[in-house]
Design a protein. Structure first.
Ligand SMILES: [Zn+2]
Length: 186
C-alpha cells in the first residue's frame, strides 16, 4: 500500500502555520534523525470552530525523561488507560485504511465523536517530516482526558502542571487554563 506519510497540517505550529522545527524542551532540531511527538489541545466552540489551547513538540529523549519523573503508580495508570492492546491494534489497522479522511472525527479510545464544547487532544509520532510507520496520528476525546485526570495521582498532576508552566508558553491565558488542564504524555 502506498502511504502518504507527510505530516498533516493540523500538526503545524499555530504561531507561524509552519511545521515545528525544534524540541520545545531541549531545542534539538527535529530533523530526519530525531523521533518526536507533537501534541495539541483544542476546544471545539459551539459554532464548530476549533481553538488551540496549547501545542507542544517534544523529542523522544525529553518525553522519556519527563515520563521517568512520574511515580511508577502513575506510569502504570497511563499504561493501563492508553497502552492497551486494543489501542495498538486499532492504530495499526487504521494505518492500512484511509485514515486521513476521518482521523480527527473520533476519540481513538472511546470511539465517541468530538462534539461542540468538547476539549480534545491530537497526538502524532514523527521523524523528520514523516509520520512513523503504523503510528497514524490520533485523537484523545474529552471523556478519556477526564478519566486520565481522575485516575492520575495529585503528585503527577503537579509535575505535569509545572512542566506545562515551564514549557507551554508565556501566554497568561494559557497559564490559567493549565491550572486545571491535563497535559498528556504518551
Ligand atoms: Zn528534547
Amino acid at each position: 500500500m502506498n502511504q502518504d506519510t507527510s505530516i498533516p497540517e493540523n500538526f503545524h505550529s499555530d504561531s507561524d502555520a509552519h511545521p515545528f522545527t525544534a524540541c520545545k524542551v531541549c531545542s534539538a532540531a527535529l530533523n530526519d534523525s530525531t523521533r518526536y511527538v507533537i501534541e495539541k489541545a483544542y476546544k471545539r466552540l459551539t459554532d464548530g470552530e476549533d481553538v488551540t489551547l496549547f501545542e507542544l513538540a517534544i523529542c523522544i529523549a525529553c518525553a522519556e525523561k519527563q515520563a521517568q519523573k512520574m511515580s511508577s503508580e502513575s506510569r502504570k495508570t497511563i499504561e493501563r488507560l492508553m497502552g492497551s492492546k486494543d489501542f495498538f491494534e486499532k492504530r495499526q489497522a487504521r494505518w492500512l485504511s484511509d485514515w486521513k479522511s476521518d482521523w480527527t472525527d473520533r476519540c481513538i479510545f472511546s470511539d465517541e465523536e468530538i462534539q461542540p464544547n468538547d476539549e480534545y487532544h491530537i497526538v502524532g509520532h514523527f521523524k523528520g517530516t514523516e509520520i512513523l510507520p503504523y503510528q497514524p496520528p490520533f485523537v484523545i476525546g474529552q471523556k478519556m482526558l477526564e478519566r486520565m485526570q481522575d485516575e492520575l495521582s495529585a503528585e503527577t498532576k503537579e509535575e505535569l502542571d509545572n512542566f506545562g508552566r515551564q514549557f507551554l508558553g508565556p501566554d497568561p491565558r494559557l497559564k490559567i487554563l493549565l491550572e486545571d488542564y491535563q497535559f498528556v504524555m504518551v
